[in-house]
Design a protein around this ligand. Structure first.
Ligand code: ATP
Ligand code: MG
Length: 662
């Protein structure tokens, strides 16, 4: 547009520009990781604002993680459109609900439930169920799924039966727990995270005056990572739109990683059916990663099955060539973590910034080994998502002190003001010697550091603004940002990028996670999660796994099935893969797990191939034990027995191992 300032659209390629410059109305960008979807929507917002189509304050952009929302705010700020809101669905709903509440309910807003387990436990107990942690956790996620899928307690049993859900208890009992949970929560006047969305939707749907006021205020909606929208979020989005069509969505069906929580790429893939006049743009140039990383990413997602049409684009790397991805196998997790920490030290020494390095894992519990290894080497790190920073007593105290102080008049700078408030709750000038006191001091200091960060990035940042920022982070339970290595789960890493990424713990049972085994849809979701991980790296990518959890333990783990076919020929671990390559035969049957041809009679019977790493089947193993005598003579490698990679290397090299003694 001639009206937009020169330069704004220069940083976009022709397809990105087409999406950014499309007139107001529905726009959909379907594209792979690193192709500039987020960049395109931030530029679109800036373009619409600068060319006078919409005021920045009328834009509401939503995404799924706090960090991604923060990233989007940073990019918008960089483009000079600070007033455009970029929030997670939850933060947006929370903010709106707080605003509507006095008008609609007329009382103080209900408290947000920080820990739902007490309530779930009461509800389970009342329904005659046990209260073991694992069951409560499963019940909690089942209730979360139901709410995200807009399934009421009354409808739950029928839906569970129809969709053949693997319910944590008999469906009628789950429904009762769900009903009881809603009741106890209501009595206590607290809201859980899903209630924020449910209530906001209900208010907009039922209160015309409020809805009108809202629609006056917001006119332009943008959703990033749209492939992970839940029916509940979609309904809120529809309530926001109120029949209007000023909606831009971007997403990548190959990065759907929340379908276990009720999310579905369908609204993304069917966007044009809903809005036939929509501008649709596909991007395939990858600007994030080196061609080496892009090639690996294409291979990972190329192996995925059941990919919907519209998600089969191949990424084309745009960046100069870089180092080849590294694969490494370790005896145990401690050794893996130590090696990763050493490699990080090398990267830091070679000039890579700490904030440009991430260690990504499947489950938060994996962070422990890395925290220890990094701490031992004196490398600063930050844990995202796992640590309940805002649940710490001193942090809560600090927050309430700051909240109280935020109504005072003051003249000092934010860097100084926060410090003086926190001094009252125990932030001394010098750190205590160590132990719990030092931990508390560190936690308080990170709040000060966060204030410093805010003051340096936002002009006239004041205490109320800072408190709002803290509260928003507390909603998502994310610790404040300070300079350090990022430790994060793969789920939390979505949409983000780093120069160096370490994907760790790539062993069966962790990646894919144990409970996905045998469930094709769940395995495919794990594969997409792995794809998300691979595509976070700009330049250095390391993939590692360990054969045992702790040192001295039996090395009973196998590397992830997702690694097969990725490891280069000259890598020691590749010999294993080759030793498992069976001879070709005429069979057309395909393995349920890896999709490869089935060659052996028993394979065909089982529907799984012997070289597939997920192939350890207890019954089969028993059978093999009894067959061993007759088969071992004809087979150098016990083709059906895939114990550990170490065993296979040994077998391939004709060395005796414990396992071959079987
Ligand atoms: P994801 O699916 O992982 O969320 P994405 O499609 O949103 O990825 P972005 O994060 O927007 O991708 O872009 C990836 C990287 O490529 C960013 O560093 C971005 O600045 C850069 N980039 C995107 N488009 C261009 C371009 N046209 N020229 C140069 N760099 C670009
Ligand atoms: Mg993105």
């Amino acid at each position: 547009s001639p009206k937009s300032r020169p330069g704004l659209l220069d940083g976009l390629d022709p397809e990105q520009r087409a999406a950014a410059c499309a007139p107001r109305g529905p726009v959909c960008v379907l594209a792979g990781a690193g192709t500039g979807k987020t960049r395109t929507i931030t530029h679109r917002i800036a373009h619409l604002v600068r060319s006078g189509h919409v005021a920045a304050g009328q834009v509401l952009a939503v995404t799924f993680t706090t960090r991604a929302a923060g990233e989007m705010r940073t990019r918008l700020r960089g483009l000079g459109v600070d007033a455009a809101q970029a929030l997670t669905f939850h933060a947006a709903a929370r903010r709106q609900l707080r605003y509507f509440w006095p008008q609609v309910v007329g009382d103080r807003p209900w408290e947000l439930l920080e820990n739902k387990f007490r309530y779930i436990s009461q509800a389970a107990n009342k329904a005659g169920l046990g209260t073991e942690t694992e069951l409560l956790r499963d019940l909690a996620s089942e209730i979360e799924w139901s709410k995200a899928s807009l399934v009421s307690p009354d409808d739950y049993p029928a839906v569970a039966a129809r969709t053949q859900r693997d319910t944590p208890a008999p469906a009628s009992q789950v429904a009762e727990v769900y009903r009881n949970y809603e009741k106890v929560k209501n009595t206590a006047q607290v809201l859980d995270f899903d209630d924020l969305l449910l209530h906001t939707t209900a208010v907009l749907e039922e209160h015309t005056v409020v809805a009108q006021e809202f629609r006056e205020r917001y006119r332009c909606f943008v959703v990033d990572e749209y492939q992970d929208v839940t029916p509940l979020q979609q309904r809120l989005l529809d309530a926001w739109l109120g029949g209007r069509d000023d909606l831009t969505v971007v997403g990548d069906a190959n990065q759907t990683i929340y379908s276990f929580g009720g999310a579905s790429p369908r609204p993304l893939l069917e966007f044009t059916r809903r809005f036939p006049e929509a501008t649709v743009v596909r991007l395939e140039r990858d600007y994030r990663s080196t061609p080496e990383v892009v090639a690996l990413a294409n291979q990972v997602i190329g192996a995925a099955r059941g990919r919907p049409a519209g998600s089969r684009l191949k990424l084309i790397g745009q960046r100069p060539s870089g180092p080849v991805p590294r694969f490494a196998e370790y005896d145990d997790e401690t050794a893996e973590a130590a090696a990763v920490a050493r490699r990080i030290r090398d990267l830091l020494d070679s000039g890579v910034a700490a904030s440009e390095i991430a260690v990504l894992y499947r489950v938060n519990a994996q962070s422990e080994a890395y925290e220890q290894a990094l701490a031992e080497m004196g490398i600063p790190y930050l844990v995202r998502g796992g640590e309940r920073f805002f649940a710490r007593a001193e942090v809560r105290q600090a927050m309430s002190a700051l909240r109280m102080a935020s109504t005072d008049t003051y003249t000092s700078e934010l860097v100084t003001h926060v410090r003086s408030v926190l001094a009252k709750v125990g932030l001394t000038d010098q750190p205590p010697a160590g132990g719990a006191a030092k931990e508390r001091w560190d936690a308080l200091l990170s709040i000060v550091e966060l204030a410093e960060e805010l003051a340096s990035t936002v002009e006239d940042a004041d205490l109320p603004r800072f408190v709002a920022e803290l509260e928003q982070r507390a909603t998502a339970q994310h610790p404040p940002t300070v300079e350090g290595i990022t430790l994060a789960s793969l789920h939390a890493a979505k949409g983000l990028e780093w120069d160096a990424v370490f994907l760790v713990g790539l062993a069966e049972g962790t990646m894919p996670i144990l409970h996905a085994d045998g469930d094709d849809a769940a395995i495919e979701e794990e594969r997409r999660l792995f794809y998300v991980g691979v595509t976070r790296a700009r330049e250095h990518l390391s993939l590692s796994w360990a054969l045992a959890r702790t040192s001295g333990n039996r090395r009973n783990r196998r590397r992830s099935r997702f690694l097969y076919g990725l490891i280069p020929e000259d890598h020691p671990a590749a010999r294993v893969a080759r030793s498992q390559q069976p001879k070709q035969s005429g069979s057309k049957a395909r393995c349920r797990v890896c999709g490869g041809p089935l060659l052996e009679t028993l394979d065909i019977k089982l529907g799984r191939c012997s070289r597939c790493p997920s192939n350890v089947d207890e019954q089969l193993l028993e059978k093999l034990k009894s067959w061993r005598g007759e088969r071992s003579r004809e087979l150098k490698v016990p083709a059906f027995v895939v114990f550990t990679d170490a065993t296979l290397v040994a077998i391939a090299e004709q060395r005796p191992t414990d396992d071959t003694a079987l």
